[in-house]
Design a protein around this ligand. Structure first.
Ligand code: ADP
Ligand code: MG
Length: 214
């Protein structure tokens, strides 16, 4: 299987080529078609298996192939538990958007709140963020999620471990409309609260588990 087997924009295929990435990993092969079809997804596979591109490619494809629901609101929000993980995803995202007109920003805990408010006022299409800080900006009305088309929770089990469930619920509620798609990724599905969170946030999800014993 090749990335060219998916219906991906040629700009994305070109970026992959530049990165020297040719063949999808297992999780990418299984998750990308589901995400491209607009389905909600609960996916697990071990660390290092390529989960980032499994959600970044469908996210960018969605921006390129559909009309925005809103001119102001972000279209894609990607949540991660820590600054370090968010920076890793953000740097991969920057490589992919470099080829496009889309604006991406990262909104992380520990950074200047007012600078972030200004960045949000410039109406980015894609936000990579930690949940606490995004919940703060929502509360301050620095952003609205009524037009959000795609919510991605990466490392969902670790976000629960760090106590982010209330913030995740607040973000979900701010973006709770029937045209929103939600993708949840995790290294394992062992966390006892993850299925409950999935029931609340995901709508009739497809399940993809690579290397799972059950
Ligand atoms: P995970 O999120 O599952 O821990 P990452 O998305 O961080 O894994 O990917 C791990 C590494 O594998 C990264 O350096 C990434 O660039 C590389 N990678 C991802 N997909 C592919 C692929 N299809 N072919 C080769 N390398 C890949
Ligand atoms: Mg990852």
């Amino acid at each position: 299987m090749q990335f060219t087997d998916f219906s991906l924009d040629k700009r994305l295929l070109q970026s992959l080529k530049h990165l020297g990435i040719e063949q999808p990993t297992e999780i990418q092969a299984d998750a990308i078609p589901v995400a491209l079809a607009g389905r909600d997804l609960m996916a697990s596979s071990k660390t290092g298996s390529g989960k980032t591109l499994a959600f970044l490619l469908p996210a960018l494809q969605r921006l390129m192939s559909t009309r925005a629901l809103s001119k102001q609101d972000p279209r894609v929000l990607i949540l991660l538990p820590t600054r370090e993980l968010a920076n890793q995803v953000y740097s991969q995202l920057r490589l992919l958007v470099a080829n496009t007109q889309y604006k991406a920003v990262s909104i992380l805990g520990g950074e200047n709140f007012n600078d972030q408010a200004k960045a949000l006022a410039r109406n980015p299409h894609i936000i990579v963020a930690t949940p606490g800080r995004i919940a703060d900006h929502l509360q301050q009305r620095h952003l609205y999620l009524n037009g959000l088309e795609l919510l991605i929770l990466d490392e969902a089990d670790r976000m629960l471990d760090l106590g982010f469930a209330p913030q995740l619920r607040a973000i979900h509620q701010a973006a709770d409309h029937r045209r929103r798609q939600t993708l949840m990724f995790s290294a394992t599905l062992d966390h006892h609260d993850i299925h409950e969170l999935a029931l609340e946030l995901l709508n009739n999800p497809e399940h993809v588990a690579i290397g799972s014993s059950h």
